[in-house]
Design a protein around this ligand. Structure first.
Ligand SMILES: Nc1nc2c(ncn2[C@@H]2O[C@H](COP(=O)(O)OP(=O)(O)OP(=O)(O)O)[C@@H](O)[C@H]2O)c(=O)[nH]1
Ligand SMILES: [Zn+2]
Ligand SMILES: [Zn+2]
Ligand SMILES: [Zn+2]
Length: 327
């Protein structure tokens, strides 16, 4: 969560002129593993430790900030709908291949759906390199630099979308059922914070490249829990790596039993058909497709998946109740 990164400015100034280190509020004390001495600073009700801030304050701050963001995200969602825009939020660590995949996708869609409008909002802390790469394909793109910010938020996307699309007549803009377009939002490379921020997208797509290691879904669970699809990229490099694909898939499913998984190489084009097929479903408004031909091994039996999902949600609900009771 982002209050940690300083991207959530509380407006409160913490008194800095101290002569001794201030004791941490009790709620932020870590959980200590008695055997190993390992420390867990995210075991409190806020699931995060912020120096000088109580768990209750951290929860309230995050709720306020995300609440304000989510209001704009809802407006974005309605706005995308009014324009027949399918918006996807691509999230990953830096360098997983998001822009490479987008460039390859734009080229492939030109062949497959010549009339389809595709545009891109590119989030990075600095530079317009990625937007330049997208514009070189002929697709319109707007770069959004966040400076010190570690994620895109809904107002940034609203501003960029306002500049990408013409907004003459919303009524006429859509409702014919045939003027759909795709909007890719490439988030800032960061496997943590973008998970919490709704931009108004139809779905988050997590890109994981095989060079990052198969344990990432377990180490950064929020991102894989928030994503509807995991694209496992750079599979062309598998012969050179020790990366267990099945283990990675199992880890992703442990965090998010319903997640779909597509293996791809953005540079060789392997797996591209499955990805394009998923995008076509997304444009039909049904990114969760259960007919099993994207990656049949990935679907499992629907009932088992649903049971796991229900169990996970019940556990989450119980934890939330416990947290609010303790707050
Ligand atoms: N071998 C291989 N390399 C890839 C593949 N996809 C991307 N790359 C390489 O990975 C590097 C990073 O790719 P980018 O597309 O810039 O990654 P990104 O996720 O957009 O990076 P940021 O926006 O900086 O987070 C580049 O050197 C790409 O050529 C792939 O499928 N296979
Ligand atoms: Zn952050
Ligand atoms: Zn990029
Ligand atoms: Zn509009």
């Amino acid at each position: 969560m982002c209050v940690v990164c300083g991207c959530a400015d509380s407006g409160e100034k913490i008194h800095e002129h101290r002569h001794e280190p201030a004791p941490l509020p009790a709620a932020s004390a870590p959980q200590v593993n008695a055997q190993t001495g390992d420390l867990h600073f995210g075991s409190g009700s806020a699931r995060v430790s912020v120096p000088g801030m109580s768990q209750e304050r951290a929860i309230r701050l995050e709720t306020d900030i995300l609440g304000a963001n989510n209001r704009i995200a809802r407006q974005n969602r309605l706005h995308f709908e009014a324009h027949g825009v399918t918006a996807l939020n691509l999230v990953s660590s830096p360098g997983s291949g998001k822009t490479t995949l987008l460039c390859a996708t734009i080229h492939a869609l030109k062949q497959r759906h010549p009339g389809l409008a595709v545009s891109v909002i590119e989030g990075d802390q600095q530079t317009s390199f990625d937007a330049d790469r997208i514009r070189a394909t002929g697709a319109p793109a707007i770069q959004v630099n966040t400076g010190k910010g570690c994620h895109l938020d809904a107002p940034m996307v609203a501003e960029a979308f306002g500049r990408l699309h013409s907004h003459g007549n919303h009524e006429a803009a859509h409702h014919h059922g045939h003027d759909h377009s795709l909007l890719f939002i490439e988030n800032v490379g960061n496997l943590v914070c973008p998970a919490a921020w709704d931009l108004g997208e139809l779905a988050k797509v997590a890109i994981l490249s095989v060079t990052e290691g198969e344990d990432k879904p377990l180490k950064y669970p929020d991102m894989f829990a928030a994503a509807r699809l995991m694209v496992l990229n750079k599979v062309d490099l598998l012969p050179h790596l020790q990366f267990d694909v099945q283990r990675c898939i199992e880890f992703a499913r442990r965090v998010n039993p319903g997640i779909e998984i597509i293996q791809i190489s953005a540079t060789t084009g392997a797996g591209m058909d499955a990805w394009l097929h998923w995008l076509e479903h997304a444009m039909d408004g049904q990114p969760d497709h259960s007919h099993g031909h994207v990656d049949s091994a990935s679907h499992g039996t629907t009932e088992a998946v649903l049971r796991q999902r229900i169990a996970a949600l019940e556990a989450e609900l119980a934890a939330a109740h416990a947290a609010s009771a303790g707050a």
